[in-house]
Write a protein that binds this ligand. Structure first.
Ligand code: SAM
Length: 346
């Protein structure tokens, strides 16, 4: 039987529910049309893609293909041949990124594992050199070399893309940088700052100074204090940290919007903020802390308005353009929010 496999087309992943934001960002900031593909993925028209990752982009599959595949059906040989064809034309180190799409294929994680096992087994038969070129994805991505096979499923088919690791817009499969909760952390916000450290490629070091704006109940402050940093936690609400590292945290009941260093104080190592404030006020914080060089590293969470986040984000995006070392992205653990992060002035 001849299998239907689509021609290659670009697909972008995003947080399920944020598809229209990503589409609007592509359209208004880059003049690129797109359409929804499955929940958490949009199909980009044409082959011109923005070079830098977009705010709402979790991952990109530059040359994605779709092969229809019913549940329980084994992967047809023709699909396997297509999957490995690009690799076979130029054998080199490769790695696998699997990411189940819960919204597009509920409970599909084990199905995806099964499909991947079959793809690899049949690939090894087609190309006996394949196993010796397989690498761990983290290692390969660190070198920026080799190829990544990205695979996921919707209810009625397999979505895959083989391409250079350099094309990825996040090092995590599907852009899902899943962090582990620490039972001592007083809030799930802890996961956001831990993810920001991974995305920054930089962990806080012992004795670094930190200002945490909107700190309560203390997940972010805890993440720094447990690493030996000196934290100034600003919030009128109570901290709920039940761990010895709390002695490294000074809690100030102050307004984070007006809190500033005095004129003689050197820049702090970290300015972080997670206050429930509108994007315009977050922009004001960026201008003070970054624009006036009062910090070396910054992680600032920006809460999105209920409707239409792009108009609120555009001034910030424009202002950040001269700072290529800073990124503004919707992290995996962000909900209705995005995060500005980067190391500057160091
Ligand atoms: C989402 S919570 C922060 C969670 C925290 N990052 C954590 O890890 O536990 C937002 C906090 O911002 C604080 N907040 C809002 N506006 C503030 C302001 N103007 N100054 C200081 N804190 C503020 C609130 O009191 C609230 O505790």
């Amino acid at each position: 039987m001849t299998q239907t496999i689509s021609s290659p087309f670009p697909l972008f992943c995003c947080r399920p529910g944020a598809e229209s934001f990503l589409q609007q960002e592509l359209e208004t900031r880059h003049g690129i049309h797109s359409r929804p593909f499955v929940p958490g993925m949009i199909q980009v028209e044409g082959s011109r893609l923005p070079e830098s990752p977009l705010v709402f982009e979790w991952q990109r599959l530059r040359n994605a293909r779709f092969a229809s595949l019913k549940k329980g059906e084994s992967v047809p040989d023709q699909v396997c041949e297509t999957v490995w064809q690009i690799w076979a034309e130029n054998p080199q180190p490769w790695a696998l990124h699997l990411f189940p799409l819960e919204e597009a294929d509920p409970g599909g994680a084990s199905r995806l594992q099964g499909i991947a096992r079959e793809l690899i087994r049949k690939g090894n038969r087609l190309h006996p050199a394949l196993p010796k070129w397989e690498r761990k994805p983290e290692k390969l991505i660190r070198t920026g070399k080799g190829m990544i096979l990205q695979c996921t499923c919707s209810e009625n088919g397999l979505i895959f893309s083989m391409g250079p690791t350099a094309d990825l817009s996040s090092p995590a499969p599907g852009g899902r940088t899943r962090m582990k909760m620490d039972p001592r952390a007083p809030s799930r916000s802890y996961l956001k700052i831990e993810e920001a450290f991974v995305r920054l490629g930089r962990e806080p070091r012992e004795n670094e100074t930190v200002i945490d704006l909107g700190a309560a109940p203390g997940g972010w402050s805890f993440a720094f204090a447990r690493r030996g940093c000196h934290v100034t936690a600003i919030d009128n609400g109570p901290l709920k940290i039940d761990d010895a590292c709390v002695r490294r945290i000074e809690h100030l009941h102050r307004d984070g919007l007006s809190y500033q260093l005095n004129k003689l104080q050197p820049p702090v190592d970290w300015l972080v903020g997670d206050m429930l404030i509108p994007p315009g006020q977050a922009f004001g914080l960026l201008r003070y802390w970054l624009g006036e060089a009062h910090c070396r590293n910054l992680v600032l969470n920006i809460k999105l308005p209920q409707l239409d986040p792009l108009p609120a984000l555009n001034p910030i995006l424009d202002w950040l353009e001269p700072y290529p070392e800073l990124e503004i992205r919707q992290l995996y653990h962000d909900r209705r929010e995005v995060t500005v992060f980067g190391s500057v002035n160091s």
